[in-house]
Design a protein around this ligand. Structure first.
Ligand code: PRX
Length: 642
């Protein structure tokens, strides 16, 4: 069936699509705009609450609360409530990386039992409501089970991406003061076994972690500490598969997720139970147009917000099937991802532009080999999906049948805030579409005035703030106020993204206006990479900028000044790249290190990264009168051969 058609250069749902779509009438936007609080309140009734809220929304800018006084549990909503009519339905499919290994599937009832067993075991270890549990696991079912088990007993999970280095893990465990960590012996990546336990052992040094729960996944040899370590299997096997869910207050903490900001240290974004649940539930339902038989493959790792909201929580809240894959999408053959779509009859495929560009490069015209008959809808997230990649995705994966929802949001927003709805459209290459019903997004100029159509400005969110928006930064209120609520005052959420609207009000995202870069969709801070480089004994200082890359969207380049006695060499360049890989992750490695004498700085000593970027991109440098050392520019140009 064809779900989308082209009209006047835009794409719209077909009549057939409109017929099956959950939302196909534009009036939903108007109704939600007229009374957003009432809108969210009505939608929140689709969730099971143990106790109803007393007040829907309370605001004391820049703080706000949703469903005040309401009690609920997200794991109850993901599992228990489906047991009546979906007990034997597949909730989760896991595709391991080795082809010879069989996939695993869990029905809702099996998943319920697994989650309860672990929840009981965690309680026996002494984990209580409000305790922070670190989860450092690969893409295996136990990761999702661990998240839900924590949520069930009211423990706060903080998932740390398994490709993060021991040092990156340590910082996050230190800041969150986690006393417990769930990890695995190892996992498969590109045919190799990665020894995750070794990283975990290293990462928990100098932290408060008392117990490490270890999932047996790859069977690799690991070191063992009898006092701290305990096998997941031993811990859970004799536990009861019934565990009463904790009654969580709507505003109790559900999870902390660390993300990169402007400064060198990651910030722990706080998400609470009620608002997050409602937003994850509803945005998934309407934007992916979830239907009973859907199989969603959201390719995001659990370690990122997309993995939290649309690999784990939203599909389960909506009672559909979620698919997870352990390995790399191009291993062992470049079309592994395509095979998975066909093998598991995926109906909704949600991925990042980097992956789309990689598929394009490797698989070119895949149309001949794969029909992707089961696919109904495609999604994109994390960076700008450029027009050419949009069209390739539409034609080769969607076969010109499937709408593409390009979804804009952030770790901070908890759920999608801007996207077209599949039953309404329009879908326009390069544009993310309209704000979700009940969300007020605007584009403001530097003075805070609304930008006219076509004019670029800063993307902001206006009150009432979406239920899933962050409630704070863990133990750093100052940063919370400075980052989001200072640019336009405390009643306007500043996203740090530049954007503009077209003549129909559709939004196009231009990119970050701060020092955050998106490398292959991963959010990294230039400051964090600089900190890693500066820790090398030969480095005086460094400045990292993101430059465009055909596949990854952006890659970091580093300008470095050296101490006397340290000579520029390939070996030193390698050492510096390695230090970033070790301290953060291989994904953060600079593509190139440029050794220079002096970094351009303002009189107050601030490094002018913007000027460096302009030099690299051969753009007009503009006004340089604020520079304390303008002569540095010519020298840099010389090094670059410009
Ligand atoms: O710059 C925007 C970009 O990703 C940033 C948020 O990154 P993160 O917190 O890692 O969350 C990513 C997944 C939700 C945003 O500030 N971004 C996200 N989605 C899009 C996007 N840029 C363009 N188009 C998108 N659809």
């Amino acid at each position: 069936m064809k779900f989308v058609e082209k009209r006047n250069g835009l794409y719209f749902p077909t009549k057939e699509m409109k017929k099956i779509a959950l939302i196909s009438n534009k009036k939903i936007y108007k109704e939600a705009r007229e009374n957003p609080i009432k809108f969210w309140e009505e939608q929140a009734r689709q969730i099971v609450w143990f106790k109803p809220w007393e007040k829907v929304y309370l605001e004391e800018p820049p703080y706000f609360r949703w469903f005040v006084g309401g009690k609920l549990n997200i794991s109850y909503n993901c599992l228990d409530r489906h047991l009546k009519d979906k007990k034997d339905k597949i909730a989760l499919i896991w595709e391991p990386e080795p082809l010879e290994e069989k996939p695993r599937a869990f029905t809702y009832y099996e998943l319920y039992k697994q989650v309860n067993k672990l929840a009981n075991a965690l309680k026996k270890l002494g984990i209580k409501k409000g305790d922070v549990v670190g989860i450092y696991l690969p893409m295996i079912p136990e990761t999702l089970i661990s998240m839900l088990a924590c949520a069930r007993i009211g423990a706060v999970h903080t998932v740390i991406f398994s490709a993060f280095s021991p040092e990156a893990l340590r910082t996050r465990l230190q800041v969150s003061e986690a006393k417990f960590l769930i990890t695995a012996d190892g996992y498969y990546r590109r045919g190799k076994i990665i020894n995750l336990k070794q990283n975990a052992d290293e990462g928990i040094k100098e932290t408060k972690v008392e117990k490490v729960i270890v999932v047996k996944r790859a069977g690799n040899e690991i070191s063992w500490n009898n006092e701290k370590d305990v096998w997941y299997e031993d811990l859970t096997k004799n536990e009861s598969d019934e565990c009463k869910p904790e009654e969580m207050d709507s505003e109790d903490l559900l999870f902390i997720l660390f993300t990169s900001g402007t400064s060198g240290t990651p910030k722990g974004i706080l998400h609470t139970c009620g608002g997050y649940t409602v937003q994850a539930y509803l945005t998934g339902k309407w934007i992916f147009d979830f239907h009973e038989k859907d199989v969603l493959w959201c390719t995001s790792d659990f370690g990122w917000i997309t993995g939290h909201s649309y690999t784990c929580y939203s599909p389960l809240l909506n009672g559909i099937t979620t698919l997870i894959f352990e390995g790399a999408p191009d291993y062992p053959t470049p079309d592994r991802w395509a095979q998975i779509i066909e093998k598991h009859k995926v109906t909704i495929f949600y991925t990042a532009p980097t992956a789309i560009r990689m598929f394009e490069r490797m698989n070119g015209n895949i149309a001949k080999k794969y029909e992707f008959k089961t696919l109904r809808l495609l999604g994109s997230v994390g960076e700008v999906l450029d027009e050419a990649s949009w069209l390739w995705y539409f034609k080769n994966v969607g076969k010109e049948r499937c709408p593409i929802v390009d979804t804009w949001w952030q770790t901070e927003t908890g759920g999608i805030l801007i996207s077209s709805l599949p039953g309404i459209g329009p879908f326009k290459p390069g544009f993310v579409g309209l704000p979700f019903p009940g969300v007020k997004a605007e584009i403001l100029d530097e003075e805070g005035k609304k930008c006219e159509k076509g004019k670029q400005g800063n993307l902001v969110v206006l009150p009432p703030f979406p239920p899933g928006l962050l409630r704070g930064i863990y133990k750093d209120e100052k940063k919370y106020l400075e980052t989001y609520w200072s640019k336009y005052g405390n009643k306007i959420y500043f996203t740090s993204d530049a954007a503009f609207k077209d003549e129909n009000g559709l939004i196009r995202i231009v990119g970050r206006v701060d020092d955050v870069i998106k490398v292959a969709g991963h959010r990294l801070s230039t400051g964090e990479i600089e900190n890693a480089l500066n820790s090398h004994e030969g480095v005086v200082e460094s400045a990292v900028v993101g430059v465009p890359d055909e596949i990854k969207g952006e890659v970091p380049l580093a300008f470095v000044t050296l101490k006397p006695g340290f000579l520029v060499s390939e070996k030193l360049e390698e050492e510096l790249k390695e230090i970033v890989s070790k301290k953060i992750s291989p994904i953060a490695k600079p593509a190139k290190i440029i050794f220079i004498e002096d970094l351009p700085k303002t009189r107050s000593g601030k490094i002018m990264r913007r000027v460096l970027k302009k030099i690299l991109l051969k753009e007009e440098l503009g006004d340089l009168t604020t520079l304390a050392n303008p002569e540095s520019i010519e020298k840099i140009k010389k090094v670059l051969g410009l």
